[in-house]
Design a binder for this molecule. Structure first.
Ligand code: CMC
Length: 366
């Protein structure tokens, strides 16, 4: 059989032009519509970041998005009635996906805002119903991140906690042509509608090589337990052929800038929330051991910390269960999927690459 000339994993292939975000893998820089991600994380609220992403894609986009997004949370909460205990006990991202699939398809701002509100409203409801608690209705007057924590806990979160979740959602809102965004663009290119594009994005996000990584980061920290066991545990995992979750990236050959943005947000959160600093110290020791061992074992492949490592710590400190981390990621990334879907749609071009046939050429029918 001849060697396939295909670009496996589309590595190095440029498949879209985008004005939304630039991922510079050599410099370790992420620019979102002209702003460095670190600046967005600290200086803009999530609603402002959503506005930044959607700007130019909808003629009726209001200058202040907060009231419209609050109203969308209230509207989408009606779908929670369809959530029974069986569905709520599934992997939260699967339950959220099932509820998103109930939303109408379309191209308008009304559909876009429902979709952005959906994971923010559905994830807390899924967690509460799975725990035998009634869901909490949204408060449209609250900022988006503060409302997510209130709907999850049934009580208002401290300002510092809401600020940390807000910084997280802004940090993960968009990231070039990652797997879920590409999936969303492929579906958008068929003109199927924004809900279909978001469902494709959610499905791609779920995998452990993409948005499913932070839950296993917590499992790794729990399994390691204390800093002195980090080296042995990591070495044994790599001996088994396992990948270390929260490390490595297709594009970054240096540290993922989002890891630093989230680490800074986590430090502030630990201070204001009074969380035990021991967990952060353990994570830092595990990170250092992992980087050292990865350098030794993969000298030809720079592998550094990615966004998921400190995502896991930040969301854990906020009291969110690891099983929900992918669904929480979707709360931020849905805005990016929608902006990319609209951008792709504007090109008018169907995404339809080719494959190289490597099966038998001719077989005689029996
Ligand atoms: N742990 C151990 N080895 C690794 C890791 C890792 N985390 N990442 C890559 N490698 C090795 C891999 O085994 C391979 O080694 P070899 O050449 O000897 O077979 C080499 O590095 C290249 O790996 P690759 O799979 O060809 O590289 P990729 O660009 O396809 O991988 C990745 C990118 C993110 C899938 C990978 O680094 C990985 O699996 N990381 C762990 C999962 C994770 O943290 N995912 C979140 C990514 S960041 C959020 C997002 O944007 O999705």
């Amino acid at each position: 059989m001849s060697q396939s000339p295909a670009h496996e994993g589309l590595e190095g292939v440029v498949a879209a032009r985008t004005a939304l975000s630039e991922v510079d893998g050599q410099a370790g820089r992420l620019i979102i519509r002209g702003y460095a991600v670190e600046d967005l994380a600290y200086r803009a609220g999530f609603e402002d970041v959503v506005h930044l992403l959607l700007d130019g894609f909808f003629d009726d986009l209001p200058s202040d998005l907060a009231p419209a997004l609050g109203a969308a949370r209230v509207r989408v909460f009606a779908e929670v009635a369809a959530l029974d205990e069986t569905l709520a006990r599934r992997d939260p991202v699967e339950a959220v996906r099932a509820l998103v699939a109930r939303l109408p398809d379309g191209e308008g701002l009304d559909v876009a805002l429902l979709l952005i509100a959906a994971p923010a409203v559905f994830t807390p409801a899924v967690l509460r119903i799975a725990a035998g608690q009634p869901p909490v209705a949204p408060d449209p007057a609250l900022p988006h991140a503060a409302d997510v924590l209130r709907m999850t806990r049934g009580a208002a979160a401290a300002a510092g906690e809401a600020r940390a979740l807000d910084a997280y959602l802004a940090t993960v809102c968009d990231h070039g042509l990652n797997a879920s965004t590409f999936a969303a663009r492929v579906v958008a290119s068929t003109r199927a509608g924004l809900t279909s594009a978001v469902l494709a994005g959610l499905s791609a996000l779920k995998g452990p090589l993409h948005g499913g990584a932070p839950g296993p980061v917590i499992e790794m920290l729990d399994a390691i337990g204390t800093a002195d066991k980090a080296e042995a545990w990591i070495s044994a995992a790599l001996d088994r052929g396992d990948r270390l979750m929260g490390f490595g990236h297709r594009i970054y050959r240096v540290r993922d800038p989002r890891a630093d943005a989230l680490k800074a947000a986590l430090r502030q959160l630990v201070q204001v929330s009074g969380a035990a600093p021991g967990r952060l110290a353990l994570a830092e020791a595990v990170e250092q051991a992992a980087l050292r061992i990865l350098r030794e074992r993969k000298p030809g492949r720079p592998l550094d910390t990615n966004v998921e490592f400190y995502t896991a710590l930040l969301l854990e400190t906020l009291g969110l269960p690891p099983a929900s981390f992918t669904a929480v990621f979707a709360m931020g990334r849905t805005a990016g999927w929608i902006a990319h879907a609209r951008e792709q749609r504007a090109t008018g071009k169907l995404i339809r690459p080719q494959s190289v046939y490597v099966g038998p050429r001719t077989k005689a029918a029996a």
